[in-house]
Write a protein that binds this ligand. Structure first.
Ligand code: BDP
Length: 717
């Protein structure tokens, strides 16, 4: 029987038209174009490659173009040294290439800064050629990836005239990776950084990681967890950090480290870490010099201080600016920056945790050094499936605020859930703070245009690990991709990004792209529906954050429980953040405050975030709140089932390996959605005392059953 099954599987593999693929290549697949007409066009437009220059970055660009073009065109694209025919792709900077400097493009290049590039179809020495030009080598590499993307997404490349430059300066991944290679909130294996074998062993993964990042314009990586270990700042580790930095450098990827605030005590032998103590300041200066001796282009520090037990300046009666400025002075002379996190809440239990960061940071506006960015999570609680934008955006005009998104799906189903996060990122970026009147979007705060900041940044907590496909769930790759694309250009639409990613990762066949794109675009809302509809938040499993647990109460901090956030009682449900409650709404600018504070005008998606609402409250659909809540949970489950159906229709367009991978995970997701719905509704029903309405499936188990579920060894803690 076993033998028979084996033969059957082999047969299936043989007859499946598409080759198995384990997802390792991400969106950087350079397989021969399927579309014969397009292929012919491309083969005419691209006949040779000429990359002038010898820097490691230009060599990387040449290699990428050569591999990419040859692969996509299905025949070798030869390197040329002179223009004897049409169709040469010429890449370089005016400094690296006499040919590029002879073209009349210096005006065009001027506005593109240090990382921008031009893609141009032009006559060079009488030959129709494609030019990839930039002011810097890294700009050329970025332009090369863009050019490849055009082919991978089947665009017309015969008459190019486009330019691109990033809207934000620092586009950084935050790895919450520990030195023992576990990853906090990581669901895709272990840390990529093989500290034990570094610095001598350079894993090919490091290079492929850097390539992938460069292809979407990510230019920085924080290697270590925000819950930091001071050891990484010792010589033993710095030599390893240097080896990683060397591997990444050709790809424009700068290395940053997290700085444990108490490092002067833990590894420096000092008695204090007081930021105003001259000995402490001198220690950090010397430490920074040492780091720069290993990594001359070290990016700087990311710091979590006085938050969740991490040490910080407040331990010494100082404030966040005192701490940040001390580190900024240490790295400043070499061009380094400090990204100081605003995710703080103090040891005392607050009346509303949502208010803490604003209360602590707003008064410090204007007191930070020029090379400090305050890094603010998208929302004021903690990466919930949906949060209204953080009220600090717009509230600190004299301080550059860096956006922190979470790419890893800590609260969004972790490794088993398909949730395309671009719509969530965009929802925050497009939110209007009204800081300077209508149109003062979060995006304008972050890209510096609202308050005229040159120092700007976006961070994403990485979802990458040692899993063969990098992100555990194949569709997690789309979130890494979307983060990078939006960090470069936040005006791109979620649809465009999904379209690109699908074409590059799978196929350009519309029979695949269209339905799967729709599926991706609906996926975040679907997850919100079955986890935390209508503005509910923080009702997930204790500590590991997996699965539903709205019943969590009586822990040592009330603001770590679920009941603190949903406040369900016999009258209704939701956290009153208006004047009659915590008044967190007052942290927003008046037009936003007014909107959120009004039960009538508050967007329904944030209803229970800002209001305690009666079970009989009439929602937009005309249904009573209880019924609406139930139907939202059901809609979430239905949404997952719809995803399963959609995926089943595209089987012929995907290789068996990736098809089965996604199909199996969707099956798990369906179970989880049902679990969320049933557990939450049974629990909330103990307060609402109303029946589960028609159109909603009845739970299969009792509440007690769900409350006793206790998943063990959930990854990522
Ligand atoms: C929370 C995570 C925790 C992180 C913390 C942070 O549960 O693991 O350390 O955020 O951002 O979401 O510092």
């Amino acid at each position: 029987m076993q033998k028979l099954c084996f033969l059957l599987v082999c047969l299936l593999w043989l007859i499946h038209p598409l080759q198995a693929d384990d997802g390792y290549r991400l969106w950087q697949r350079y397989d021969r174009m399927q579309d014969a007409a397009k292929l012919q066009q491309y083969q005419q437009t691209v006949t040779g490659l000429w990359v002038e220059g010898t820097s490691p970055t230009l060599i990387a660009a040449k290699k990428e173009l050569s591999n990419g073009l040859s692969g996509l065109l299905g025949k070798e694209v030869p390197e040329v040294k002179q223009l004897t025919q049409n169709g040469t792709v010429i890449a370089g900077t005016p400094a690296s290439s006499s040919l590029i400097s002879s073209l009349n493009i210096s005006e065009k290049l001027k506005s593109l800064g240090e990382e921008g590039y031009l893609l141009l179809t032009t006559n060079a020495n009488g030959r129709k050629s494609t030019v990839i030009a930039a002011n810097t080598d890294i700009g050329v590499l970025y332009g090369s990836f863009h050019f490849l993307r055009l082919l991978q997404t089947q665009q017309d490349i015969s008459n190019l005239s486009l330019s691109s430059a990033p809207k934000v300066k620092h586009r950084v991944l935050n790895h919450w990776d520990n030195l023992d290679r576990t990853v906090e909130r990581g669901y895709s294996g272990f840390s990529l950084w093989d500290w034990h074998r570094l610095p001598d062993y350079i894993d090919q993964r490091y290079i492929d990681y850097a390539r992938a990042n460069a292809s979407i314009g990510i230019n920085g990586t924080v290697l270590t967890n925000v819950n930091a270990n001071a050891l990484v700042l010792t010589k033993d580790y710095l030599v390893k950090v240097a080896a990683l930095a060397d591997a990444f450098r050709p790809y424009g990827l700068k290395v940053y480290l997290t700085a444990r605030f108490s490092a002067p005590i833990e590894i420096g032998g000092l008695k204090t870490a007081d930021p105003l103590d001259p000995a402490v300041q001198a220690w950090w200066k010397k430490k920074a010099e040492e780091i720069y001796s290993y990594v001359p282009d070290f990016g700087g520090f990311l710091v979590k201080a006085n938050s969740e037990g991490q040490p910080g300046p407040q331990n010494y009666g100082r404030n966040h600016a005192d701490g940040a400025n001390m580190l900024a002075d240490a790295v400043g002379p070499k061009g380094g920056i400090v990204m100081w996190r605003a995710f703080v809440y103090d040891d005392k239990e607050p009346d509303d945790r949502a208010k803490q960061a604003y209360n602590e940071f707003k008064p410090l506006d204007g007191t930070f050094r020029k090379n400090v960015l305050v890094q603010v999570k998208n929302g004021a609680i903690d990466f919930q499936p949906r949060e209204p934008f953080h009220p600090l955006f717009g509230a600190m005009p004299k301080t550059p605020l860096m956006m922190e998104f979470q790419i890893t799906q800590e609260y969004l189903g972790q490794g088993t859930t398909l949730a395309y996060l671009s719509p969530m990122y965009k929802e925050t970026l497009e939110a209007d703070t009204y800081a300077k009147g209508k149109g003062s979007t979060v995006a304008k705060v972050v890209d510096g245009t609202l308050d005229n900041h040159q120092l700007t940044g976006v961070a994403g907590v990485a979802n990458i690990g040692t899993d063969r496909n990098w992100t555990g769930h194949l569709f997690g790759q789309s979130n890494w991709y979307a983060f990078g694309r939006l960090a470069w250009n936040h005006t791109l639409s979620s649809e465009e990004i999904a379209d690109e990613w699908l074409r590059m990762t799978f196929t350009g066949n519309p029979a695949f792209v269209n339905p799967v794109k729709d599926m991706m675009l609906a996926s975040h809302e679907t997850v919100v529906n079955y986890m935390t509809p209508l503005g509910l938040h923080h009702i997930m499993g204790w500590s590991h954050h997996y699965g539903p647990s709205p019943w969590i109460k009586d822990k040592h901090r009330a603001d770590w429980t679920s009941v603190y956030y949903h406040r369900a009682d016999e009258k209704g449900i939701g956290f009153d953040r208006t004047k009659t409650g915590s008044n967190a709404v007052a942290q927003y600018f008046p037009p936003v405050e007014k909107q959120f504070a009004s039960l009538k005008n508050c967007p329904e998606k944030y209803l229970l975030w800002f209001h305690h609402v009666s079970w009989d409250f009439k929602t937009n659909s005309g249904r009573k709140l209880w019924d609406e809540l139930c139907l939202r949970y059901q809609a979430g489950v239905d949404g997952v089932r719809q995803m399963q159906k959609t995926w089943a229709t595209v089987e012929d367009h995907v290789d068996a390996e990736r098809f089965e991978h996604t199909k199996s995970l969707l099956r798990i997701q369906e179970k989880e959605a049902v679990w969320w719905r049933d557990a939450c509704l049974l629990y909330f029903q103990t307060f609402s005392k109303r029946p589960i309405p028609q159109g909603v499936e009845q739970p299969a188990h009792t509440l007690d059953y769900y409350m006793k579920l206790d998943p063990k060894f959930v990854p990522g803690i």
